[in-house]
Ligand binder design. Sequence first.
Ligand code: CA
Length: 229
Amino acid sequence: MPLNVLVIEDEAAIQELIAVNLESAGHHVLRSSNAEQALTIIHQTLPDLVLLDWMLPGQSGLAIARHLRGSERTRAIPMIMLTAKSAEQDKIIGLEAGADDYVTKPFSPRELLARIKAVMRRRAPQMTDDVIEVQGLRLDPAAHRVSGNGLALSLGPTEFRLLHFFMTHAERVHTRAQLLDQVWGDHVFVEERTVDVHIRRLRKALEATGHDALVETVRGTGYRFTAAA
Ligand code: CA
């Protein structure tokens, strides 16, 4: 799945190398060379992943990481720190500041892409192309297909994203506000009732194979996708 990756790197050659490699892997790259630029970009568009250099002019990558983790809106963004520092102590400081992983320069583009994949799988599985199957309900993100016990099911784009999020975050209760954030996205102003409308459509689409029972209403809270149904 193509990701919007924000690269915060002040060395032009390294920024270019990263951008070229990410773009050739199908991702979309937003570039910045300091904290101020980066925060302006983040204010406009929430990226799917942030790659940030430790040593930057002005605010350090470490300070940016802490800042992003400290704000409600940006708290969940997966972050990978890039740095020439490789001492164990530095690594610990980076991870404590909220980085999900740590890549030491010089790194190969292949290593960086592998780390990105691993971090996204862990932090935002709904952003990956991994096929997922629960009790005969199978969702293939790359092919954009859903089937129940081998029977093709037809879902609208929002229902597809909703189901993908549910299946990658099963057994947890999600409020309507959380679902809006995660499935509809940032800066989207829709009423919480909209969630109920799409839940109804999703259940309807899953009814043919009885998988609608996996989408539970949790009274007074929200919704849960459960394999225990
Ligand atoms: Ca630097």
